[in-house]
Design a binder for this molecule. Structure first.
Ligand SMILES: NC(=O)c1ccc[n+]([C@@H]2O[C@H](COP(=O)([O-])OP(=O)(O)OC[C@H]3O[C@@H](n4cnc5c(N)ncnc54)[C@H](OP(=O)(O)O)[C@@H]3O)[C@@H](O)[C@H]2O)c1
Length: 343
């Protein structure tokens, strides 16, 4: 029997997980079974551990969305990959495991030069970035773009995608990550922990045109500021609400405060200024629009092959260091992808 790390308590990372025997359901005709080499962390995993993620199944449960490894079995309807293929895959929870079963639309073959750790960034984070930047908001050459948490997993890939489209990028991150923002090509790095990003961007906007696109993973007041920065025709993608956490902690009150920060929106404002708001939950897309998710994961692999994106792995841990890896992500130390390896 294979093993998996179970989330057993909503608490600090060193007390939250247990390595247990893990039995998988029987393989469905549309499923793929994978021997996992590496799995990736997402910020949502931290929220799930803290009990702040509403989609998380009841405890004890195995969380985790991103795996990369070798296909070990396929259902009879699976034609896109075969036993022995190297793949990246989205799991709908269940990713912190030596073996996983997932839907065929969540799986894509990866090239031999892409190592398993880096590949994990292509599942949730790159697909989210792709769906927002290329499907929903459709970046254009010359767009002025604001990317919040630009040094993170989703953020670094958004930067690479926006660069490839010839956009001008305002990117925010906390103080220690500013040099990294410059390194990855952010045109105007902003330390949003010490500076007001809205003021800085307005001071650059000599003709009062506003900016074209905002990717917001913070929610609340920062979302409202981002929305206010948009010029006519501007678009904002809302993908997360990290601002509801303070020092890694959040509760009902901090969620209410974050929600109040959004202020009031009327669809009439959207028409008058021709602005768009796009809410994205990639897991809902994977559940309800499987073919679209499949398109995204295939496209991000192609973008890697064509040199448009190259996921940045900030730090790799061995699987038995899961607690340290979680704390590292929660304490805002990470850049790019945080990866764990079984092998
Ligand atoms: N909607 C979707 O389908 C979807 C999918 C994937 C991710 N997301 C969201 O996108 C965001 C990025 O996800 P990710 O997995 O790539 O994580 P990440 O960006 O690698 O890590 C989260 C980063 O958020 C920043 N942050 C800002 N305010 C924070 C706060 N109050 N507490 C903690 N961190 C804060 C930190 O960067 P700094 O130190 O630079 O501030 C931190 O490193 C998250 O909000 C996540 O929930 C949404």
């Amino acid at each position: 029997m294979s093993k998996a790390y179970y989330l057993t308590k909503n608490t600090d990372s060193d007390k939250a997980f247990e390595l247990r025997d893990h039995s998988l359901p029987s393989l469905g005709i549309d499923d793929v079974k994978i021997k996992v080499h590496s799995f990736g962390l997402n910020f949502a995993d931290v929220l799930a551990r803290r009990g702040l993620y509403q989609d998380c199944p009841p405890l004890p449960t195995v969380i985790g969305y991103d795996v990369a490894g070798i296909v070990s079995e396929v259902g009879q309807n699976v034609t896109d990959c075969k036993v022995g293929d190297r793949v990246v895959a989205l799991t709908r929870f269940g990713g912190y495991a030596e073996e996983v079963i997932t839907m065929k639309e969540g799986v894509a073959r990866i090239p031999n030069d892409l190592d398993f750790g880096k590949a994990t960034a292509l599942a949730t984070q790159a697909c989210t970035a792709y769906y927002c930047a290329y499907e929903c908001l459709q970046l254009h050459k010359g767009d002025k773009v604001l990317i919040q948490a630009a040094a993170g997993g989703v953020g670094t890939i958004l930067v690479q995608m926006a660069k490839a489209k010839g956009c001008y990028i305002y990117g925010t991150a906390s103080s220690s990550k500013q040099d990294h923002l410059i390194k990855i090509g952010v045109d105007c790095p902003i330390d949003y922990t010490t500076e007001d990003f809205e003021k800085i961007i307005k001071s650059h906007d000599m003709y009062g045109e506003g900016i074209d696109v905002v990717f917001d993973s913070l929610g609340g007041k920062p979302f409202k500021k981002g929305y206010n920065l948009l010029g006519p025709g501007g678009k904002i993608a809302f993908i997360g609400s990290a601002s509801s956490l303070k020092n890694g902690k959040g509760n009902l009150l901090s969620t209410i405060n974050m929600a109040r920060g959004f202020g009031f929106f009327s669809p009439i404002q959207l028409i008058l200024n021709s602005k768009s708001i796009c809410g994205v939950n990639m897991l809902r897309i994977a559940d309800h629009r499987k073919q679209i998710f499949k398109h995204c994961i295939d496209e991000v692999v192609k973008l890697y092959e064509n040199g448009v994106i190259d996921p940045i792995v900030g730090k790799e841990f061995s699987a038995d260091q899961l607690a340290e890896a979680h704390a590292y992500l929660e304490k805002r130390k990470s850049i790019g992808k945080v990866v764990l390896n079984w092998l």
